[in-house]
Ligand binder design. Structure first.
Ligand code: GLA
Length: 394
């Protein structure tokens, strides 16, 4: 089964990635263990908007909005239900089942609703005894749960790490009782592979245990930090914890600085900064706001095609720091075809001028599309908490 799956995926996914590489002159190969996620996954997840209160009605209305707003066509495809979707107990046969009040039509019907609209369906489970919200965990049930997910039509699994063994608390275990995350994630990885269904695997162990160093053989994305909040301080902290991990990520396996908080209460400048940094870092772009009630400005930020093109660049090389001092950061990211993305990020509370050598003559401001001649240097006055994003023609 695994061999057959590998062959199918090689044809469906790796070959187009190679062709894309030939077109661009680069050589992007999906290097992930399952051939999926050649570029960082994009989509929506309910958790930052509603916590544990996800319902099928919210998901359906969100899916409709993603289609009507153009976000689906901009690339946001994976619609994921986070913690809170399950009933408190497994059914009589030991299977996971949805909360009947929140999901009266069941999970397969919801997946079909999304698939009919050109979207992909993601679900959440936990590599321990309980989910972080206290619902049934998958430890010891990996094969059965993976089979159920595949039968329901799941395309993406976010796999959390609470209650990591019997006797453990949500985030800690008595000495010697924790089962290593690596082993638990491998069990679900293998269970998903054995279903034969392509399922993107999202490792959510909050950056613990040097996960970025080993995770490329285990999942398609891995969280680099604890949970994000809709604050500028959280954004800056996560940026600094993630920006040095670029060497571990690439096509098939991505650093995940957590889901977006764009639209959830930061300033317009800070919302734009989050998208700028996440795009430069080649991060998964998982919208985390209530799209049904989102303001037009929020939808426009999320849909900017030039910003998305940086995030989704097929070369798949995350930005590296060029310099970082006194709260002023310069990042550089090589792009397919010889262009370079440059970020000038002003972390401070005052406007600041940031300058850096430009590796080319023509610079496009990625947010506005305006083009200028560099004369060998980029220089901009960047607002407090702001970030400029440029594409330098190679
Ligand atoms: C953890 C994860 C979050 C979210 C919650 C759900 O905190 O890191 O992203 O999935 O659990 O309970």
């Amino acid at each position: 089964m695994i061999v057959r799956l590998a062959l199918v995926l090689a044809v469906l996914l790796v070959v187009p990635a190679v062709l894309a590489g030939e077109r661009s002159g680069a050589a992007p190969m999906a290097r992930g263990y399952n051939g999926l996620a050649a570029t960082p996954p994009m989509g929506w997840n309910d958790y930052n908007a509603v916590g544990l209160d996800v319902t099928e009605d919210l998901v359906r209305r969100t899916a409709d909005t993603m289609v009507s707003s153009g976000l689906r066509d901009a690339g946001y495809r994976y619609v994921t239900i986070d913690d809170g979707w399950m009933a408190a107990r497994r059914d009589a046969d030991g299977n996971l089942q949805p909360d009947p009040a929140r999901f009266p039509h069941g999970i397969a019907a919801l997946a079909a609703y999304l698939h009919a609209r050109g979207l992909e369906f993601g679900i959440y489970a936990d590599a321990g005894v309980h989910t972080c919200g206290g619902l049934p965990g998958s430890l010891g049930h990996e094969r059965a749960d993976a089979d159920r997910f595949a039968a329901w039509g799941v395309d993406y699994l976010k796999y959390d790490n609470c209650y990591a063994g019997p006797g453990c608390a949500a985030n800690s275990c008595p000495d010697g009782t924790e089962q290593p995350a690596r082993d638990r994630y491998a069990r679900m990885r293998d269970a998903l592979l054995s279903t034969g269904r392509p399922i993107v695997f999202s490792i959510c162990s909050w950056g613990t245990g040097d996960v970025a160093r080993w995770a490329a053989g285990y999942g398609n994305l891995w969280r680099t930090t604890g949970d994000i909040t809709a604050t500028y301080a959280s954004l800056v902290s996560i940026f600094h914890q993630t920006v040095g991990l670029g060497d571990h990520a690439g096509p098939g396996g991505w650093n995940d600085p957590d889901m977006l908080e764009v639209g959830n209460g930061m300033t317009a400048v800070e919302d734009r900064t989050e998208l700028t940094l996440w795009a430069a870092l080649a991060a998964p772009l998982m919208i985390g706001t209530d799209l049904v009630h989102a303001r037009p400005e929020t939808l426009a930020l999320l849909a900017n095609p030039r910003v998305i093109a940086i995030d989704q660049d097929p070369l798949g090389r995350p930005a590296r720091p060029v310099s970082s001092a006194n709260g002023l950061d310069v990042l550089s990211r090589p792009l397919a075809g010889g262009d370079t993305a440059i970020v000038l990020f002003n972390e401070t509370d005052q406007p600041a001028t940031i300058a850096t050598p430009a590796p080319g003559r023509t610079a496009t401001d990625v947010w506005t599309g305006a083009t200028t001649t560099t004369n060998g240097a980029l220089r901009a006055t960047v607002p407090a908490h702001g970030a400029m994003l440029y594409r330098i023609a190679g």
